[in-house]
Design a protein around this ligand. Structure first.
Ligand SMILES: CC(C)(COP(=O)(O)OP(=O)(O)OC[C@H]1O[C@@H](n2cnc3c(N)ncnc32)[C@H](O)[C@@H]1OP(=O)(O)O)[C@@H](O)C(=O)NCCC(=O)NCCS
Length: 315
């Protein structure tokens, strides 16, 4: 299954282009940073439901939630997030040496818990998780048809959720600087390494990160970690924004390309995010975007979820 490469604003529901959009290499559309809705504007002023508001999620939909961990800087905010976690999760966060990493870990766990609760009525602190044999976290209890996958990178945490569909997500910061061609020769399929060499040098970083995040999103959707050879599948990236992303497999991986739908987005936060989802049975899965924001200073909440945003740390 193909999915058009789409642009998304930073915030608001649904992939879309918006003010500040700029065409990038290979037709991807990036949102300029100034197109973002400031957090302060989002907090408490959004008309809508209360803190525990439910979000509906049909079988033919998936939701991509994202949060900026650095928005949760105050002690009170962090304490509210910590309260949602298990002792193990708190201990895991505490093991990070840098405050920024501890914060990202707290936000990640709190985001997963709060997001899952939006679909189920289960209190965020009640979820228990297990990992599969390759380390993928899954819901252990209460029993639930929900599936999720998480990615975190410098300045961004994302959580992708479906009702019963296998899915994966990967986010990378666009500011990363690496030896792109060397990495591609080492990790990518020959067709991808070749395509990257042919891209003008100025576009190579973005193109590399597109391949990288797409590959990771597929690996994560399969849940097999790096036991799945990265050179065993490759992506055809379209020349224009209206074309689809296609995956191809070698016999080593031997999957069905028609089963998978992919998206690529450049968020206004300066990140590229790829999703992979099993679209079997519905043709196309509709993907909506939601942002989790910090509660207002002083803890006054106001409406917590509406128009694609929710407050992650209601007091
Ligand atoms: C662990 C891996 C699944 C993703 O790692 P990553 O891209 O570095 O990190 P991300 O932030 O995107 O994802 C980490 C999250 O994926 C989830 N995860 C862990 N193992 C997973 C698996 N087998 N399948 C799916 N998701 C998994 C976890 O939720 C984890 O976060 P958590 O530990 O805080 O819960 C794995 O693919 C990996 O080690 N990749 C290494 C990177 C690499 O070499 N990439 C080459 C791409 S060309």
């Amino acid at each position: 299954m193909r999915k058009k490469r789409v642009a998304s604003a930073s915030g608001g529901a649904g992939p879309r282009a918006g003010p500040g959009a700029a065409a990038g290499p290979a037709g991807i559309t990036a949102m300029a940073a100034d197109a973002q809705v400031p957090l302060a504007a989002a907090e408490g002023r959004v008309p809508g439901a209360g803190a525990g508001a439910q979000v509906s999620l049909a079988a033919a939909e998936a939701h991509l939630w994202w949060a900026r961990p650095d928005a949760f800087a105050e002690a009170g905010q962090l304490a509210r997030l910590r309260a949602l976690l298990t002792d193990d999760e708190r201990a895991r966060a505490d093991r990070y040496r840098l405050a920024r990493d501890r914060r990202a870990s707290l936000v990640t766990r709190a985001l997963v818990r709060t997001v899952l609760s939006r679909y189920s009525g289960v209190p965020p602190a009640r979820w228990r998780f297990r990992t599969n044999e390759h380390g993928r976290p899954e819901i252990a209890s209460p029993a639930s048809p929900l599936r999720f996958n998480v990615s975190h990178t410098d300045g961004l945490v994302v959580c992708f959720v479906s009702r019963g569909r296998e899915l994966g997500v990967d986010a990378e910061h666009l500011g990363r600087d690496r030896r792109w061609l060397d990495l591609a020769e080492r990790f990518f399929a020959p067709a991808e390494a070749r395509a990257l060499r042919e891209v003008p040098a100025a576009q190579r970083r973005l193109r590399f990160l597109e391949y990288w995040t797409l590959k990771e999103s597929y690996v994560k959707a399969r849940g097999r970690g790096l036991t799945l050879p990265l050179s065993g599948f490759w992506f055809d990236l379209p020349a224009g924004a209206g074309d689809g992303i296609r995956i191809r497999f070698t016999p080593v991986v031997a999957d069905d390309p028609a089963r998978w739908q992919f998206t690529l987005d450049c968020l206004g936060t300066g990140h590229v995010v790829a999703t992979a989802i099993d679209s079997n049975g519905v043709g196309e899965v509709r993907i909506a975007h939601y942002e989790a924001v910090a509660a207002r200073r002083g803890g006054s909440l106001g409406p917590a979820h509406s128009a694609g945003r929710m407050v992650l740390d209601p007091g």
